[in-house]
Ligand binder design. Sequence first.
Ligand SMILES: [Zn+2]
Length: 358
Amino acid sequence: MYADRKAVLSLALAVWAVSTLPLTANDTLDLGNVRVPRGEVVQGMIEVPAAGDGVSTSIPVTVFNGAADGPVLTLVAGIHGAEYSPILAMHRVVRELDPAEMSGAVIVVHNANLPAFQRRTIYFGPHDLKNLNRSFPGKADGTVTERIAHVLTETVIKQSDYLIDIHSGDANERLGPAYTAYYAEAGSDEIRAKSRQMTLAFGLDTIVLFKGDLSKSRSRIYTSAQAVALGVPSMDVESGELGVVDDRFIDPIVSGALSVIRDLKIAPGKPAPTNTPHFIVDRARVHSEHDGVWHLAPRIQAGQYVPKGTLLGTITDYHGNPRAEIRAPASGILLIVFGTPPVNEGDNLVVVGMTDTP
Ligand SMILES: [Zn+2]
């Protein structure tokens, strides 16, 4: 959604004039301090000002404002700063787009959580130890992570017609296979249908159906959940693991993002949707009850099918004495499993995806 169009619309409504003015070639996209004229591409840094904590940061973006009218798609990478495959994939996506041949706009958020990227922290921002993907819609006067969420909500999500939030396993997580996901129970029929179409167009075979109607504010703390709650069809991507930089994780993100852009007819070209989707209808998790050291069981790999009760790993204390055996909580695909030794009480060690109701 274009800010200028909104301004024009409210003005038009105020004087009881027509409320459906077409976009003109003069439409500029405004993302805070980053302004992008029609038909141009601009690289800039959206400012996140300091508050009482004295910490300021910025959000690097590349914005393509197409020469012709069309929808605004936002691609978000780096919500978690140690998830590198989305961040590196965006460097390649921006080289594939030309605003002169685009109808609509693409906002590429290269690195949503620059403090976490710079300080190499997993899950949490280094200044406030808050998880950006649990901080939406954010607060203008909150901690720096909450202020990043606020700026993203106000300047990016609210101007988007579609959104893709791109992750990988974090630097301590094995993840497989790469998958997409959308909220299958939230929003209007139209939002669900558009979100689903995005996941199909992205091209990965495994699609997780997120549960929940997002009616409670605590269910809307995730980037894409906040977007759906604001009426923006959205999806998530997970590709990559353990801080590894590898084309086998990056390539599917590049091709998937371009395929969605083409499916939405923002840029010319044929989309490459999946023809063989399979759906994860529910997920089961195991949270650690101990602080200590995680030992992945032999031959356990993310992406494999595990029958309920399969030994996935053990937790020892810091001296090496056994404290707990962790077993598959349900039969299904092992989507995520911890791959490095540190484990803390409450950590989500395991996610199993079920292809049918257990
Ligand atoms: Zn993540």
